[in-house]
Design a protein around this ligand. Structure first.
Ligand code: PEP
Ligand code: MG
Length: 591
């Protein structure tokens, strides 16, 4: 703690939980200025050549970083691939060369102007996720600029246990930081879906973003304290604050260890109801964590990550090999693979090239709707061939996202039947009885669950989208996030209705949205008749602890009481009180 400087507290967005202490390691982004000057007409070709040389050098550096990452983390790898693609994008390079030639300006200035044009377009975008992508353009700019100026492009090397403080961090920088064992990250910019946040969570580095001007408040070597769960950053904490948070850190570490020690205990309630806990994963690289945290299989594999950030479409073989890897590594545990859910905030190059220009993409041609169009159907067909072939090798379930009702389900099953006939004619083995299920993530599907249950093998309730479409609240829009409430009475009724329909038809029903990993919500789901939950791997131990402390009979009584309450705030208060009373070990601070 510092004697001379006062304690400063800042609230940001907590994007990766955990308490961290360390000395500030500032990464300045504004120290590098692009020099600007006019050039003689004779020098134009030389400047263009300088630019291309710097781009080639940047490309090589990124390829090197990727080489090191390839086997370690898929998502970082794809983000860096996307940066390499940007390096060769005509909108950037062509425009920069155009400025150099037409306005007789140096390469650095030409590049800066091209980047500013692209930033201007991004600034107009309402979608938070896409707007944040403008930072990727800046990261690419900075790397090329460093090469143009002959400045150091080497990896960041903060001392171990430092808290990295930056305006924003490039995914390439963040991906290297975990190896340097930093204690935590804080940034001025960023939202929950920024790449820094995604990577920090994947590497379990406590992180707070969206702090606005923390880089102006912090000085190198200041002592910094982060509470990544609560989104709190304290600069120069007093002795009393440090001891309070050391205590909390000890409590969280002990709670984490206790929860982890329950890894091999069954997820069974006090009145002997067996609950299945599965993991949601975005790639096979997340499987080890899923198993380590005690998941009993994969309840949701989001295959769209095989498309995002890849210039080439995954073909049948890639889908087959990926599914096979999942089946092999799960060694008999179930693997539920969801066909690609692209569109809205999840874009792939083929979709960007189609330039759909939708006013409301979340309500537009996304997900299964895309798969049933001329554009998406051949790609869907390839995926189904790969998945069906893999079904011959283990317990694979195929799940379809964003099904609106029975007509759409039948249309999808007709495509599956076509693929089966094709494979049979070619003599290629597959499981003819492979389980086909659907995500229930639209009110239209939830309200017709009894009809849908007659025509598919399982349900998985995607509450992330079900909340979005029920509450009419964009799930990535911070202005209306106060309405994004899993315990709204409407959601309780919808989920209860879906559970009843599935149980009456005798088909399994899982909840796989983020609310499945919320310890306060878990007893409500049990009381509504849900017996399978799928969540981020890191949440599995805490949910298991809640389940082992819960009695389904009590949870049902609790649900009867909350059904009479008119607001989410009242429901949350009653449920929180219940969870506190049953007293399972909790990792995060209790509210
Ligand atoms: C959901 O909508 O709840 C879900 C699990 O799918 P995703 O978050 O990928 O849309
Ligand atoms: Mg969804």
């Amino acid at each position: 703690m510092s004697e001379s400087r006062p304690e400063i507290r800042r609230q940001g967005l907590g994007v990766s939980a955990g308490i961290a202490f360390g000395r500030a390691y500032l990464i300045g982004r504004d120290t590098l200025k692009a020099p600007r000057h006019h050039i003689e007409a004779d020098d134009v070709d030389t400047e263009v050549a300088r630019l291309y040389k710097a781009i080639a050098a940047s490309d090589k550096q990124l390829a090197k970083i990727k080489e090191k990452l390839a086997s370690e983390n898929e998502s970082d790898y794809h983000i860096i691939t996307a940066h390499q693609m940007m390096l060769h994008d005509e909108h950037l390079v062509g425009a920069a060369c155009g400025y150099i030639r037409d306005q007789s300006i140096n390469a650095e200035w030409g590049l800066r102007r091209a980047v500013d044009d692209i930033r201007g377009v991004f600034d107009q975008i309402e979608d938070e996720y896409l707007r944040e992508r403008r930072n990727d353009v800046e990261f690419v700019f900075e790397r090329v600029l460093r090469n143009l100026l002959g400045r150091d492009t080497g990896p960041l090397s903060p001392p171990p246990d430092a808290i990295v403080v930056a305006y924003d961090l490039s995914p390439a920088d963040t991906a290297q930081l975990h190896k340097a064992a930093v204690a935590g990250l804080i940034t001025d910019a960023g939202g929950k879906t920024s790449h820094t946040a995604i990577i920090a969570r994947a590497h379990e580095i406590p992180a707070v973003v969206g702090l606005e001007n923390v880089t102006e408040v912090v000085e190198t070597d200041d002592l910094i304290l982060i509470d990544g769960g609560a989104g709190i950053v304290i600069v120069n904490p007093t002795a009393a604050t440090v001891s309070e948070y050391r205590e909390e850190q000890r409590r969280q570490v002990a709670a984490g260890a206790l929860l982890h020690s329950m890894r091999d205990l069954p997820a069974v309630t006090r009145d002997d109801h067996q609950i299945q806990l599965f993991a949601n994963i975005d790639g096979p690289d997340e499987l080890d964590d899923a198993l380590d945290y005690g998941a009993m299989g994969v309840g949701l594999f989001r295959t769209e990550y095989l498309f995002m950030g890849h210039a080439e479409l995954p073909d049948e073989e890639r889908h087959y090999q990926t599914a096979l890897e999942l089946i092999d590594r799960l060694g008999g545990l179930p693997a539920t693979i969801r066909t690609f859910d692209l569109g809205a905030d999840k874009l792939a190059p083929f979709l960007e090239a189609a330039n759909l220009q939708e006013a409301n993409p979340a309500l537009g041609l996304r997900s299964i709707r895309l798969c049933l169009t001329e554009l998406g159907r051949p790609i869907f067909h390839q995926q189904l061939r790969g998945l069906l072939r893999a079904s011959a090798h283990g317990p694979l379930k195929i799940m379809f996202p964003m099904i609106s009702g029975v007509a759409e389900l039948r249309a999808v099953k007709a495509v599956v039947d076509e693929v089966k006939v094709e494979l049979a004619a070619e003599g290629i083995p597959f499981d003819p009885m492979v389980k086909l299920g659907i995500m229930i993530e639209m009110p239209s599907a939830a309200l017709t669950a009894d009809l849908l249950a007659q025509e598919c093998d399982f349900f998985s309730i995607g509450t992330n989208d079900l909340i979005q479409y029920t509450m009419a609240v964009d799930r990535v829009n911070e202005y209306v996030s106060y309405l994004y409430e899993p315990l709204h009475p409407s959601l309780i009724r919808l989920i209860g209705g879906v559970a009843n329909a599935a149980n009456a038809a005798g088909i399994p029903v899982t909840v796989c949205g983020e609310m499945a990993g919320d310890p306060v919500v878990a007893p409500v789901l049990l009381g509504l008749g849900i017996r399978e939950l799928s969540m981020s791997a890191v949440s599995v131990p805490e949910i298991k602890a809640v389940i082992r402390a819960t009695n389904v009979g009590d949870a049902q009584a609790l649900v009867q009481k909350i059904k009479k309450l008119p607001t989410s705030a009242e429901i949350r208060a009653m449920v929180s009180e219940y969870v506190t009373s049953i007293g399972p070990p909790r990792k995060e601070r209790k509210a």
